[in-house]
Design a protein around this ligand. Structure first.
Ligand code: CAO
Length: 651
């Protein structure tokens, strides 16, 4: 371990520059290039990133101080060399003014260092003995800085504890259910870092900008309407437009940001060369632009003169670093020496803009709490946290009065039922939770139709009852269910449109050549659906024997996952319980389900008289994306015919 003093680097000759933000705290583990302070002149603001990784031992500057090149910023404890060293931090302009700068940096010598860092619970607002409810990483995981390591929960809030640095988890010090306080060990990270120790040689950064003479403005005067073009942006071509800061009709002042461009090294505002009203805009966010591309038409008032373009910077290639093996710090953003007044819309640095884009956050919506109205990373995190919280609690901006979630589906509010009387909170079984999820998924995805019919099972029941005792001697319980399974299997063979599943691509259907029937069973742990295979190829006795065995397994909680997979169609029989009909939910990805209610003796007109017949209510629900009503009508009629006249099953 050694300590290293980080100093203010070359900031283009500016002196007594305001420190508007100190981005780190004593004790922080910081990475190479992480912003340590933000400086601001009247023309530009700039991140000062750390040239090395390490732990902040002390901070010499504070917000409101003024600094110049060479002033001490902070002291870092870095892994590796035993000696202490000094580094000039590179500087990354954030919003730069129409000035020119030349960045000269000290090239650091690089030493690859792998160290183990103990990560402990940070300041959690004074809370103590907080429960660990989730561990988000495992030994061997590679984690990124900011990735959630663990989740803590008090009775009032839960909070993610993020990784203070990137690295590989080499040891975990806690378990779910443990209680922790600030300073409690969480885990150990193996951190790979390149420790850069200042080398004596002074080299220019790979890409720097130097002062060039003022150039004629690329502004064309035409009857008070001027075309504003992208000025010299240091020779860089095809630069991303990440923000269009004005709209047609806007009255703008000279210096207002028109657009924000971003390369992989810097972001730069393109300022208005003069005041006026925006007539039309020729580019949009996401476009790529080069010098000379038309930005917008500006209606200017007063004298028509040839406008001047902002002063620009011209990039020059840096000579090779003093030592080939010494990687210079990331090219500092002096490439962006096309300078401007800060953006009228949003004040934020490149790191914040990048994070906002990664998170898909519109920066102008984020409340800026940084110095001088700057949006900081913390503001962004707070915004995203709030947005997620709102989404989770079902409250969206769009519908502030009506709670909605996801695809606009109203969420059932959480209610404290104990306010009306005594209640118990009973944990749902895993099966109940799975059923709940599956039913919701099916209900939300499948356009259901249910058709009803009644089958005359007078003869079937006479046959079944005649066989019942005989079968019982063989240990087989003969209820109407095996007949239903056999009949449904035959109906599926005869009506293959029911024996399908929709392909996930939305372009195809899967036509099944096998006939496996699911049986909904009300088991002690909830609703389960074991599957009886190849029902079309088996006798009623075989089916009864296998169904009995599956039901026994279900009731004894002995079903294996394989017993419940591969179904083509489900039968849900509430016959023993009663009822005259119901609308079963399709057991997706199957496309049909038969609900069976209690058979009852009813008077039926035979053309001459009413005669007592045993009628079985059938309720066929189907996925209307796969099955049409006419197909369902045919299926039901076929099924009804089989159940009403058993002889047909033998055909
Ligand atoms: N009408 C009249 N009586 C019926 C009948 C019907 N539709 N279906 C069954 N019965 C009779 C049986 O014949 C038996 O009487 P006997 O012993 O006198 O013959 C009695 O009711 C009990 O049958 P059972 O329930 O033991 O057997 P089963 O084969 O009919 O059903 C099973 C087995 C597992 C399907 C059933 O017990 C079950 O769990 N059903 C629940 C299904 C469910 O919860 N579905 C979800 C609904 S929402 O989709």
């Amino acid at each position: 371990m050694s300590t290293e003093i980080i100093r203010v680097p070359d900031i283009g000759g500016s002196t007594d520059v305001d420190v508007i933000e100190v981005s780190v705290q004593v004790g922080d583990m910081i990475e190479v290039d992480q912003s340590i302070i933000v400086l601001e002149t009247d023309k530009a603001s700039m991140d000062v990133p750390s040239p090395v990784a390490g732990k902040v031992v002390s901070i010499t500057v504070k917000e409101g101080d003024t600094v110049s090149e060479g002033d001490e910023v902070l002291v870092l404890e870095v892994a590796g060399s035993e000696t202490s060293a000094e580094s000039l931090a590179p500087v990354a302009p954030v919003e730069v003014a129409p000035e020119v700068s030349k960045a000269v940096e000290q090239a650091p010598a690089a030493t690859a260092v792998s160290s183990e860092q103990a990560v402990s619970v940070p300041d959690i607002g004074g809370a103590t003995d907080v429960e660990v409810i989730e561990i988000c990483v495992a030994v061997g995981d590679e984690v990124e800085e900011g990735a959630s390591l663990i989740v803590l929960e008090t009775d009032k809030a839960s909070m993610d504890i993020p990784a203070p640095m990137s690295g590989k988890v080499v040891g975990l010090s806690i378990n779910v259910g443990d209680t922790v306080s600030e300073g409690s060990a969480i885990l150990t990270l193996a951190v790979e870092s390149v420790v850069e120790v200042a080398a004596p040689a002074v080299v220019e950064a790979p890409v720097v900008a130097e002062v060039v003479e003022e150039v004629s403005a690329p502004v064309v005067i035409a009857g008070g309407v001027e075309s504003v073009f992208v000025p010299d942006i240091g020779g860089t071509e095809g630069v991303d437009v990440i923000e269009v800061s004005v709209a047609a009709g806007d009255a703008i002042s000279e210096g207002d940001s028109l657009i924000v461009l971003e390369t992989d090294k810097a972001s730069m505002d393109i300022p208005a060369p003069k005041s006026g009203t925006v007539k039309s805009i020729s580019i949009k966010e996401g476009d790529k632009v080069s010098e000379g591309d038309l930005i917008l038409e500006l209606e200017v008032e007063g004298q028509v003169v040839v406008a001047e373009a902002p002063k620009v910077a011209k990039p020059v290639s840096a000579p090779a670093p003093a030592k080939a093996a010494s990687p210079a710090p990331k090219a500092v953003a002096t490439e962006s020496a096309v300078l401007s007044a800060p953006s009228k819309k949003v004040h934020a640095g490149p790191a914040v803009r990048l994070l906002a884009r990664e998170l898909g956050v519109e920066l102008s919506l984020v409340r800026a709490n940084g110095p001088r109205g700057r949006v900081t990373k913390e503001d962004l995190h707070a915004y995203v946290k709030e947005a997620v919280k709102k989404a989770e609690s079902g409250v969206s901006k769009a519908a502030s009065s009506a709670a909605v979630e996801g695809a606009g589906i109203p969420r059932v509010p959480e209610i404290d039922f104990s306010q009306w009387g005594e209640v118990d909170v009973v944990k749902m079984s895993k099966i109940q939770k799975i059923t709940s999820y599956n039913m919701t998924r099916s209900w939300l995805n499948v356009p259901h139709v249910t058709q009803f019919d009644k089958a005359d099972i007078t003869d079937l029941e006479a046959f079944r009852k005649g066989l019942k005792a005989e079968m019982e001697k063989e240990g087989v319980k003969l209820t109407p269910l095996p007949f239903l399974i056999k009949a449904v299997a035959q109906a599926l063979v005869a009506n293959p449109s029911f024996n399908v599943s929709l392909h996930a691509d939305g372009e195809n259907i899967i036509q099944k050549k096998y006939v496996h029937i699911g049986i909904a069973v009300d088991s002690p742990v909830g609703l389960v659906v074991p599957v009886l295979r190849d029902a079309d190829k088996k006798s009623i006795k075989q089916i009864a024997t296998e169904a009995n065995a599956l039901i026994k397994k279900a009731l004894g909680k002995q079903l294996k996952p394989a017993d419940m997979q591969g179904g083509c169609f489900t039968i849900s029989s509430l016959g023993a319980m009663g009822g005259t009909g119901f609308t079963p939910i399709v057991n997706t990805p199957e496309v049909g389900i038969l609900g069976v209610s209690k058979a009852d003796v009813e008077p039926r007109w035979n053309g001459k008289d009413f005669e007592p017949r045993t009628m079985l209510p059938l309720c066929l629900s189907y996925d209307h994306r796969a099955v049409n009503g006419a197909d369902a009508g045919r299926f039901m009629t076929f099924l009804n015919a089989l159940l009403s006249d058993l002889r047909r099953m033998t055909l």
